[in-house]
Design a protein around this ligand. Structure first.
Ligand SMILES: NC(=O)c1ccc[n+]([C@@H]2O[C@H](COP(=O)([O-])OP(=O)(O)OC[C@H]3O[C@@H](n4cnc5c(N)ncnc54)[C@H](O)[C@@H]3O)[C@@H](O)[C@H]2O)c1
Length: 249
């Protein structure tokens, strides 16, 4: 069970939506923050239809002023934020070129959403989190912990998210705020556009992933809910790969 208000960025799709749906089923009020307004509203509808309480907040996490305003509104509408899950993130085509072909503008574009956006949301939620305790779950990637070979900005942003999470755990542990970072492997979501669902990918997963398949969004969301919950009360500052064992095979 979860109590209080859980803020989920990227809650309009994929991992964020799966996390929001589960948070609603666990009894939290859910604030769905996503730049895609229609998708955020659809997640709120799904949570509500399942008996939960949720509101959608269209917001670009890369826009600090908008984030500050959104987090304040969430506190007024749904009550003190007790949990934050930062799943908003982008893959950016030009960033997937070899590093020497990636422009600094494209590199910074990815950092602004994946790293700066993660920081902004957490920064503005922290006054509420420390006012009674709470938990933060960041979503990085196995790109943070092993060489993926593509995505200079993506990799740097995810490594930054992982390191930032450790800083938060150290700075706010005494305030009863925990922070942990999930590093998903391949997950079949709109971000990956079906590439993990082809016959070839399914066969590849049997070879490369000990559990024998790529993830579904809820495989990640369920771990995020555990990390938010009181069951994880003595767990903080950890990098949690959720990749079917792919990084140890
Ligand atoms: N799918 C994978 O294989 C995979 C693997 C490792 C890590 N991840 C990470 O998991 C997180 C969720 O990814 P997903 O696969 O669910 O992707 P997704 O594309 O399905 O969902 C991402 C959501 O983030 C939102 N978003 C993007 N930029 C935003 C911004 N500036 N402000 C607010 N919202 C924004 C999108 O609108 C979308 O709803 C991302 O951070 C991603 O990097 C995904």
């Amino acid at each position: 069970m979860l109590s209080g208000t859980v803020l989920v960025t990227g809650g309009g799709s994929g991992i964020g939506r799966a996390t929001a749906e589960r948070a609603g089923r666990e009894g939290a009020s859910v604030a769905i923050v996503d730049r895609a307004a229609d998708n955020a509203a659809e997640t709120a509808r799904l949570v509500t239809a399942a008996g939960g309480r949720a509101l959608a907040y269209p917001c670009d996490v890369g826009d600090d002023a908008a984030v500050a305003d959104t987090v304040q509104r969430i506190g007024r509408d749904l009550g003190r934020v007790t949990g934050v899950v930062t799943a908003a993130g982008i893959f950016h085509g030009p960033d997937l070129q070899p590093a020497h072909q990636v422009t600094v503008d494209d590199f910074v574009h990815v950092l602004r959403v994946n790293l700066v956006g993660t920081f902004a949301v957490i920064k503005h939620a922290l006054p509420m989190l420390i006012d009674g305790g709470g938990a933060i779950v960041t979503i990085a990637s196995t790109a943070a912990i092993r060489g993926h070979g593509y995505g200079a900005g993506y990799t740097a942003s995810k490594g930054g998210v992982d390191a930032l999470t450790r800083l938060l755990a150290v700075q706010y542990g005494a305030s009863d705020v925990r922070a942990n970072c999930i590093c998903p492997g391949g997950v079949d979501t709109p971000m990956t556009g079906g590439t993990f669902a082809t016959d070839e990918a399914i066969a590849r997963a049997k070879q490369r992933v000990p559990i024998g398949r790529y993830a579904q969004a809820r495989d990640i969301g369920d771990v995020a809910i555990f990390l938010l919950s009181d069951d994880a009360r003595y767990l903080t500052g950890q990098t949690v790969p959720v990749e079917g064992g792919a990084t140890i095979a």
